[in-house]
Write a protein that binds this ligand. Sequence first.
Ligand code: HPA
Ligand code: ZN
Length: 353
Amino acid sequence: MNGFDTIPRDKLPELLRTAPKAELHIHIEGSLEPELIFKLAQRNGVALAYPTVEALRAAYAFTDLQSFLDIYYAGASVLLKEQDFFDMAWAYFERAAADNVVHAELFFDPQTHTARGVDIGTVIRGLHHACQRAQAELGISAALILCFLRHLSEDDALATLDAALPYRQHFVGVGLDSSERGHPPEKFARVFAKARELGLHLVAHAGEEGPPAYIESALDVLKVERIDHGVRCLEDPALVQRLAALRMPLTVCPLSNVKLCVFKDLSQHTLPALLEAGLCATVNSDDPAYFGGYLNQNLLETFAALPQLGAAQAYQVLRNSFEASFVSADQRAHWIAQLDAAFGAAAATPVPR
Ligand code: HPA
Ligand code: ZN
């Protein structure tokens, strides 16, 4: 694969923790920890359905995507002011820095906030300021991706894109999230065509709970450059071949998949099969405050649970995270050189006898 399979397994956790990495699938509203939800609720005078942090956390027992989304949208109801959006994103960046995330592309859901009367500018300005400060103070490169909620209409998505246009320079792409089943990508053909004309990058959640056909229509109709999740592609061998030939990135989220019952446990996760098939799979945290961990936790637990995953696969998923990112070729090469150095040093250290 890449020569790093000589690195012993006991070196993997440290290597995974310290290597540079990019995160490409993180819903910033899903990084809102219960403690911050309560703090913002108090600051803004918003009533919560749970009396304590512990009671809220105890409700994080999900049976599928929708059972999660109901609680996730309720949690986001405490976000009202620009400072709230800044505080949420800053808390994420501090955790990302601890995981040696050097680049992050953050999803945000404007419709979750505009539906409550929050101006879209308030949302974008708060998040953008956090991105600027992450670069200045933590050395993290960050970009925003505006997601449309697929349970709402395409007209609502079109109005949202229009409303965001005064802030066009503050986001690099558009995505598609929320309830997948019954809301196929083709429902959003026009708004993605418009985003494409505007020069925005295009991504969409597909094949998390929805069928492989949704991955195909995300490619064919929406013309996306990455598939978010995409794990159900394995049900269609011809699709797997197509995705591999295109080097189409899949932003896989292992802890999310277990929490939302896509897989029974991490030992059942198909990340090894995706990599074996030559797919450009990456590892991401999705909604870390709800699913049990940030990026390094996802990497460490997944590699610990699956014996087929060793240092060669660790290098591959981290390299894929840079290959799949929306950055310049120079920037990408710079991070890949750092990654090569980290793995090269681990491979060069003699194994004690
Ligand atoms: N899937 C779909 N929509 C979402 C998710 C997810 O995992 N997280 C936040 N919105
Ligand atoms: Zn997601």
